[in-house]
Ligand binder design. Structure first.
Ligand SMILES: [Zn+2]
Length: 482
């Protein structure tokens, strides 16, 4: 199911190029005039003008909250348990691919949240944590998808989070606080990117979807093969898309959503800008849930592999793969056979921590029965906790806010109990200030430097796409130039 080729996700010619097993098409010489000559025939009905740049298709792939330890653990797990290496490190070894580190601090915090980080990507401006497209002076910042669309690019968002969550939201919406998800949902529908696929149905209630001018669906099988000229919004879960470990066969997944989104956006000569987010890496890291974090990262990695094949089979496409911040900085930190045995033990897991605590609350609302807790945790993780472990798990002496004295919620306490078995430690349950990895491949990759700030990315994308920046308004509505 991994390969995008399994269901006609691309037009035949584009797909044939995409599956050419990493056959590299060298980036163009950068002769913009020669490139523009091929843009003369307007084949995309959405296309507004001839302003496409050297790069016509940009895919911005985000593993949310991915510390370097997460990347490492996913690779080690994949090699040790699954017998194959992950793709992203292999991609970095290619001489025509650029990788570097990005600083991520926000305007008001050395440790960013996803809202400020995604606003930095989308607007090129540092702002306060929790802001979606609002600056420090409460001015609205024009989201990058709006600017790309005004220049004739098709636009897309794919996420395993609620689509109203910070990372996708900041590419299209403006609200002063990320918790204003009803307003974000309304803006997603009003601003209508060509394709939006993710979770968050609770914010897309009938009251706002009935007036939507595009097509709104809640079943991933209803996407259909035909490309849409109007907006397609597919919201496939009440909240986030379930973790890979917890999914039913009918649930959406990142590979399918990404494939379908490109199918909607890959329109003959047209250009597009799309964000693809593996969001739940971050959620699992907050929970100190090692195995879910690793499996979400591996899912993201497989999507990146297909996106890289697609990109390298073309001479007009740029793929950027990165993360918005570190999270909990996990690391395998035991020696000799313990390390390998620890990783192997993760393969016994059947469910995420979220599932475990949901199940415990459902079966024992009073949270008093250690036997129920032990049974559920053993089923989900393969680990039989001792009575003293369960006492620690249910301990209430930790509600002191001193996160390094003792982990201060049940999920991180369960994570620390399992660390004693799997050897993977976490420094906290929070984001971290670490620099983060960015890899660029395809046309324009050479513009990405070894060290950048997260606000340095937008100017590069805009330059490569030939998109003019629109002014930021003082307050309120963003005015889109069409
Ligand atoms: Zn987070």
């Amino acid at each position: 199911m991994d390969d995008f080729s399994r269901r006609g996700f691309l037009s035949a010619s584009a797909f044939a190029a995409g599956t050419a097993a990493l056959t590299m098409v060298r980036p163009s010489s950068g002769n913009a005039n020669a490139q523009d000559a091929t843009f003369a025939v307007p084949l995309d009905p959405d296309r507004a003008d001839d302003s496409f740049g050297r790069v016509r298709r940009v895919i911005f792939a985000v593993s949310d909250g991915m510390s370097m330890g997460t990347l490492t653990l996913a690779d080690l797990y994949s090699k040790t348990v699954l017998g194959r290496e992950t793709f992203w490190p292999r991609l970095m070894m290619r001489p025509d691919v650029r990788s570097g580190l990005c600083t991520t601090h926000s305007a008001d915090s050395l440790v960013t949240d996803s809202a400020a980080a995604a606003t930095a990507w989308s607007s090129g401006v540092k702002t306060y944590n929790k802001s979606i497209g609002y600056g420090m002076d409460q001015q609205t910042l024009t989201p990058i998808l709006m600017e790309a669309r005004a220049a004739g690019y098709r636009t897309g968002l794919v996420s395993t989070a609620k689509i109203t969550d910070a990372t996708p939201a900041a590419f299209i919406a403006n609200v002063p606080q990320r918790t204003m998800e009803r307003e974000i949902a309304q803006q997603v529908l009003d601003r209508a990117p060509n394709v939006v696929l993710g979770g968050g149905r609770r914010y897309f209630h009938d009251g706002i979807t009935k007036d939507f001018s595009g097509r709104f669906i809640t079943n991933p099988r209803a996407i259909g093969d035909q490309r849409q000229t109007r907006s397609l919004v597919g919201i496939f879960a009440e909240d986030h898309i379930p973790y890979a470990l917890d999914r039913d066969p009918d649930d959406a997944d990142l590979m399918t959503m990404t494939r379908e989104a490109i199918g909607q956006l890959d329109y003959l000569q047209g250009g597009f800008l799309m964000q693809v987010e593996g969001a739940r890496v971050d959620h699992a890291a907050h929970n100190n849930d090692a195995v879910s974090m690793i499996l979400e990262q591996i899912e993201f990695d497989r999507v990146v592999e297909q996106l890289a094949k697609y990109t390298m089979g073309r001479d007009d496409t740029l793929l950027v793969v990165t993360t918005d911040h570190g999270n909990a900085n996990p690391g395998l930190t035991v020696y000799t056979d313990h390390a390998k045995r620890g990783l192997m033990s993760l393969s016994n897991a059947k469910r995420s921590f979220d599932w475990i605590f949901g199940e415990i609350r459902q079966r024992d609302p009073e949270l008093r029965s250690q036997s129920i807790q032990r049974e559920i945790i053993q089923y989900a993780t393969g680990v039989a906790l001792k009575s003293s472990d369960l006492e620690y798990l249910n301990s209430d002496k930790v509600e002191q806010g001193n996160i390094f004295d003792q982990l201060d919620n049940a999920a991180s306490r369960l994570g620390s109990l399992l660390s004693n078995r799997n050897g993977i430690g976490f420094v906290s349950k929070n984001h971290t200030s670490d620099m983060v990895l960015l890899t660029a491949c395809g046309v324009g990759a050479e513009m990405f430097s070894p060290i950048m700030d997260n606000t340095d990315i937008k100017p590069r994308l805009m330059h490569l796409m030939g998109v003019q920046r629109m002014g930021h308004s003082e307050q309120g509505t963003v005015h889109v130039r069409r």
